[in-house]
Design a binder for this molecule. Sequence first.
Ligand code: XUL
Ligand code: CO
Length: 435
Amino acid sequence: MTDFFKGLSPVKFEGPNSANPLAYRHYNKDEIVAGKRMEDHIRPAVAYWHTFAWEGGDPFGGRSFDRPWYAGSPMEGAKLKADVAFEFFNLLDIPFFCFHDVDVAPEGDSLKESIKNLRTITDIFAKKMQSQRTKLLWGTANMFSNRRFMAGASTNPDPDVFAYAAAQVKNMLEITHELGGANYVLWGGREGYETLLNTRMKDELDHMGRFLNLVVEHAKKIGFKGTILIEPKPQEPSKHQYDYDVATVYGFLKTYGLEKEVKVNIEVGHAFLAGHSFEHELHLARSLGILGSVDANRNDLQSGWDTDQFPNNVGEMTLAFYEILKNGGLGNGGFNFDAKVRRQSLDPADLLHGHIGGLDTLARGLKAAAALIADGTYDKAVDERYAGWNTPAAKKMLTSESLADIAARVEKDNINPQPRSGRQEYLENLINRFV
Ligand code: XUL
Ligand code: CO
């Protein structure tokens, strides 16, 4: 045991009336909601990067945190960080974590050395995962921080960078597989452009399509049964990113023949940056059959960048869980807290507060959505809005009638549509009854 969390005890469910700030008030992992344990609905994960690798810097200042693993040799630091991370998973009693290769071990002077460092730490993970219940929700390769990736990874004009990125993903995919990871994520932070003046978009998209096909092929070859996920984001760090939003990613997957192979990992803040709501992205993904997993956080509504705050909006999460429940759940996916405490939140306890608040918010959203669906009034209202399409005449327009047939029928039957209320306020009030 390290002494990082000295004096802090495992977080327990104490119920909504508890005033203990280090207890769950709503997240009760074994409680059955809509026929399933709460934990099995949410499948929550700690993000290694925000919680253990991020040092509290911002564009105007460096490190604000002071963690014991900053001192000494980088590999010793990485081992200490791993010990602290697994103690944290136990304290929270959280079933999953997620990591990038570079979050857990220092990069070496060559790919070979980087992999050696990485495997030293992931071997430690593997041992720890035998003795505690923590599992891997997903692994990913960081192909955006190192300066070699400043013009992209698979979309880089330099084929050597494409090759290096391919080698990195091959290794991280294999490690994810060996650790029993449920998914593998690709977020293309620099797969896009800074300026069109130096960019050939079609070439870059073709290279990205080829790269993803190579990843899917390798996953099959090694017997990885998890889901390959693309995480959409419209910009930041690049001015324009190719995986802009769910709709764009679906078009990309179709173009490169991958719509049956790859799903999406939808992040709340990224949806906002794309000018959508979180539920818009979830709804579209489930309609297209590509909803895979979720990066849970929230964005500051006044800022134009990705603030990665912990979720605390029950109304938003209710609408999100409505979509997820209607999708039949997230399958292999889950809720990764892609969220960080603010840079003034220096204490180990702050890491707990962030995750406790996030989990309680998700629990309330889940229960509200389950109650909304069980009540049925809302679904019925939407069904009624589209009920006209159940008539044989309407169905014929979608199957056999030509444009001319339809036009003739409108004249013959004197069809004269009468507008009906969309009842938005009624629906908003109805949903708020369950939040
Ligand atoms: C960046 C982001 C990443 C991905 C993983 O905005 O969300 O942390 O989730 O690379
Ligand atoms: Co994310």
